[in-house]
Ligand binder design. Structure first.
Ligand SMILES: CC(C)=CCC/C(C)=C/CC/C(C)=C/COP(=O)(O)OP(=O)(O)O
Length: 392
């Protein structure tokens, strides 16, 4: 399977490589498992045994979703198709074909696993178009997010805006969003219409979450509360994972209560996912993540571990607030290392890991409510564990 990545590499002016703090090992998931067990799969034979089920699901998802995804992209006008195929790694910038790294496929895997959990293989087959739609929306957000954050690399290749320019990358993102909604609106399955409406609502929530995220960058360090940043993470990341599960439920013919329960499950998975993403963003190994550790600190992002640290009332919190109060100076790797250490000393890292573990406990509760049969719930559980165990 393609290499596993989370976020992107930011512009070098904003994001130096960060020496890792003395006590800090690789980014850890919130499950409290030893680092070796939490390593994301990378094809070097170190995958934990319990991650194999998720890996197999992700691979099967790519096999089911990619043909429809590619067909949808092929239907686009040439100008947009070129950028989209480049973004998914299926074409080089000059239009020649490429092997591709289209991402982990976590969201479409959740759609298919939710559909199968409630409706068996027939529901899973019916939900492939919805899985494609969710993956298109996810990639719309990535294209736009890279422009906004000036990130220069994603999935080990230059971001679309660095190759085609801001305008074209934004338009390609808009096109993917429209394509996603068209796919659902044109689906003859009775769930198509409700799924389109649900996905559209989710995009509204995502945009509001992203707005809060960027807005927080400009607010003083002592102005942002932990509740606010948790709500932001739920909107920015949890909403789409929740929606993915809800769409799977809709295609299984589930009623409103089951759909809501699956949405709740996906949101908790999404929060755990973002907590780990934020930990990786500070202490992750750049070799594995493909982005220099500390990029979020350089951008003065109010990520979850940072806000936990800032609101801890510790001496290190005051030091962190002072560091965050000053703009990042390009190339100041030592300053970033001090900032990471302050977050850690103020308890931000421990908090994020404990919170991710807590979210996983809620994930289990939500899952038991949504899919009482443990055997049917197996795929969803494997995916939930996978996202909190990853280190890239
Ligand atoms: C409206 C707007 C611009 C919203 C932005 C929302 C946004 C980008 C949230 C971050 C979510 C996230 C951690 C993505 C990486 O997903 P992944 O690691 O699953 O990516 P992959 O597909 O490369 O595997």
């Amino acid at each position: 399977m393609a290499e596993f990545m989370t976020e992107t590499t930011q512009s070098e002016q904003r994001s130096p490589a960060v020496p890792r703090p003395g006590a800090a090992g690789d980014a850890r998931g919130g499950t409290g498992r030893p680092e070796q067990e939490q390593r994301a799969p990378d094809g070097d034979g170190t995958e934990p045994a319990e991650g194999q089920e998720a890996l197999a699901l992700l691979e099967r998802t790519r096999a089911l979703v990619d043909p429809e995804l590619r067909a949808a992209l092929e239907s686009l006008p040439g100008s947009m198709r070129r950028i989209a195929l480049y973004h998914f790694g299926w074409q080089n910038a000059d239009g020649t074909s490429a092997a591709g790294n289209a991402g982990k496929a976590i969201r479409p895997a959740l759609v298919l696993a939710a559909a199968e959990a409630l409706g068996g293989p027939a529901a899973r087959a019916a939900a492939v178009g919805a899985a494609v739609a969710v993956e298109l929306v996810h990639n719309f957000t990535l294209l736009h997010d890279d422009v906004m954050d000036r990130d220069t690399s994603r999935r080990h290749q230059p971001t679309a805006w660095t190759v085609f320019g801001d305008t074209d990358a934004i338009l390609a993102g808009d096109t993917l969003l429209a394509l996603a909604l068209r796919l659902l609106a044109e689906d003859a399955h009775p769930a198509g219409g409700p799924a389109a409406a649900r996905l559209a609502n989710c995009v509204v929530e995502l945009c509001a979450g992203e707005h809060t995220d960027t807005d927080m960058e400009h607010r003083a360090p002592d102005e942002v509360t932990l509740d606010e940043v948790l709500a932001m993470a739920e909107a920015k990341t949890g909403a789409l994972l929740g929606c993915a599960c809800a769409l799977g439920a809709l295609y299984a013919g589930a009623g409103p209560e089951e759909v809501a329960a699956l949405d709740g499950f996906g949101r908790q998975v999404g929060l755990a996912f973002q907590l780990i993403d934020d930990v990786i963003g500070i202490w992750g190994d750049p070799e594995r993540t493909g982005k220099p550790a500390g990029a979020d600190l350089a951008a003065r992002k109010k990520s979850l571990p940072v806000v936990a640290a800032l609101t801890s009332g510790t001496e290190a919190a005051a030091e962190l607030a002072e560091l965050y109060g000053k703009p990042y100076v390009a190339g100041d790797a030592e300053g970033i290392a001090r900032t990471a250490l302050a977050v850690e000393r103020a308890g931000g890292r421990d908090w994020a890991q404990a919170e991710a573990a807590d979210r996983m406990a809620r994930v289990m509760q939500e899952l038991a409510r949504a899919v009482p049969d443990p055997e049917a719930a197996g795929g969803l559980l494997a995916l939930a564990e996978f996202v909190t165990r990853r280190s890239s």
